[in-house]
Design a protein around this ligand. Structure first.
Ligand code: NDP
Length: 433
């Protein structure tokens, strides 16, 4: 706490992982001798930089940029960039720390990192977004490379922003290096399924948890928070698996549609027109928009938080359980507070923590890197099959590790322990660096 003052989200993420690791350290004294815990909590490198840019009226703005290169034991630093006004070092460090274990769980050769800026993309013109992205990359490029550090998208950063940053990287370095960023456009090095991957992957993970309960999505009432990239493709896959999503949200409120959310309309509003979901009832009079409402008030059997950190607190979790929720799959990173997690674990519902459940996005980014490295482009069907296999493997690894360590059904312990051991072994093998 003294070493990283004021970084609440980072403390929360570290505490949650360390609480699982006691039995591992007893079994592996070499991890203590080599001070793995102390080293893994300290980023290899943190970069903080000024991002000046001009708006359409010529006014000058200054934002702060971050890249936290947390751990490269398993591969190049890998993790998204977040553009949101709430961004500060504590958020980027929590995300980067989670990313180490998430990336380890994918079984693919990627280390952990995260970055972003306190820039607010809301209400900015396309040209303003472009100028900001160019300025951001003008500093960041020197720290990146396909074998060094490979960013992707996150909140506020989608295909458009990745395109502007890739263009600037190419211009400055004079290198067409597709493996330096993932989430690229399909015409210039992107991978099919990357856009869908986090939402699809989280839904596959929940499907695996439901199978353990000898159950399925078929006929289930579901609630998905958020209405961004992860939420949209979570809704799509739930629909394909026979579930019905009755609500989604944004930071201003939620939509409730008892007939099932009209995904085409949400896509049109969010992906094409870049509008807010409050416009949904204009097209569907029977649906209601609840400004400032709490989406977790809505009874459901499956909840998939897909917006942001700490969006489900202890009371929300208790209400979900009371209302009959049997499975929670986190599309977002750390969306449940520690009090909420305790409620889910005590109630013994199927609870898939973000670092396992939402690993499909980064896994498909690693598949994008594989395609870039061999100058290939796989079909949608093949790539989705790989994603489904990866999510099944992550599920089974977490499930089996939880059993091995005496906490059957506890995916939190399973994910933390399995993710940690692989990284710790690599750190021991690489010596004291
Ligand atoms: P988007 O920017 O596409 O969408 C974010 C959604 O969450 C929007 O609906 C947004 O509403 C809402 N939201 C954001 N911040 C807040 C907040 N402070 N309070 C309430 N709602 C908020 O981001 P993504 O869908 O990509 O990311 C969503 C989550 O998934 C994040 O936690 C991210 O880290 C995680 N994730 C994303 C991956 C990816 O591949 N994109 C991979 C793994 C995890 P509004 O428009 O009102 O801000």
């Amino acid at each position: 706490l003294k070493r990283n003052p004021g970084e609440g989200e980072f403390h929360q993420a570290v505490r949650e992982v360390l609480e699982s690791l006691g039995p591992v350290l007893v079994k592996h004294p070499e991890f203590c001798e080599r001070k793995i815990i102390q080293r893994i909590c300290e980023p290899e490198r943190q970069i903080i930089f000024r991002v000046p840019w001009q708006d359409d009226n010529g006014a000058v703005h200054i934002n702060r940029g971050f890249r936290v290169e947390f751990n490269s034991s398993l591969g190049p630093f890998k993790g998204g960039l977040r553009f949101h006004p709430s961004v500060y070092l504590g958020i980027i460090k929590f995300l980067g720390f989670e990313q180490i274990f998430k990336n380890s769980l994918t079984g693919l050769p990627i280390g952990g990192g995260k970055g972003g800026s306190d820039f607010d993309p809301k209400g900015k013109s396309d040209n303003e977004i472009m100028r900001f992205c160019q300025s951001f990359m003008t500093e960041l490029y020197r720290h990146l490379g396909e074998h060094t550090d490979v960013p992707a998208g996150d909140i506020g950063v989608g295909g458009r922003e990745i395109g502007y940053m890739f263009g600037q990287y190419k211009r400055i370095t004079n290198r067409y290096e597709p493996g330096v960023l993932t989430g690229k456009g399909l015409d210039w090095g992107g991978s099919l399924v990357r856009t869908e991957a986090t939402g699809y992957g989280a839904t596959f993970f929940v499907d695996e948890m439901l199978k353990v309960r000898k159950d399925s999505f078929d006929g289930k009432t579901c609630v998905v928070s958020g209405s961004g990239n992860v939420a949209i493709y979570t809704i799509e896959k739930i629909n394909q698996l026979g579930g019905k999503v009755v609500a989604c949200s944004d930071s201003n409120g939620y939509i409730y549609d008892e007939q099932g959310i009209d995904l085409q309309l949400v896509k049109q509003l969010k992906e094409v027109e870049r509008r807010r979901i409050s416009a949904y009832p204009d097209a569907h009079k029977h649906a209601k928009y609840v400004a400032g409402g709490n989406i977790w008030d809505i009874p459901c059997q499956v909840a998939m938080p897909s917006a942001t950190q700490n969006e489900i607190n202890g009371n929300d979790a208790a209400r979900l359980v009371k209302n009959g929720c049997i499975a929670v799959g986190e599309g977002a990173n750390m969306p449940t507070t520690p009090e909420g997690v305790k409620v889910f674990l005590d109630a013994k519902i199927s609870y898939g923590p973000g670092k396992a459940a939402n690993a499909g996005g980064v896994a498909t980014s690693a598949l994008e890197m594989q395609q870039n490295a061999c100058r290939d482009a796989w079909t949608f069907e093949y790539t989705e099959k790989r994603l489904a296999e990866i999510m099944k493997n992550i599920h089974n690894l977490c499930y089996e590790t939880a059993e091995e360590y005496g906490t059957p059904g506890n995916y939190v312990n399973g994910a933390n322990i399995a993710g940690f051991i692989k990284v710790a072994k690599a750190m021991v093998a690489h010596g004291l660096i």
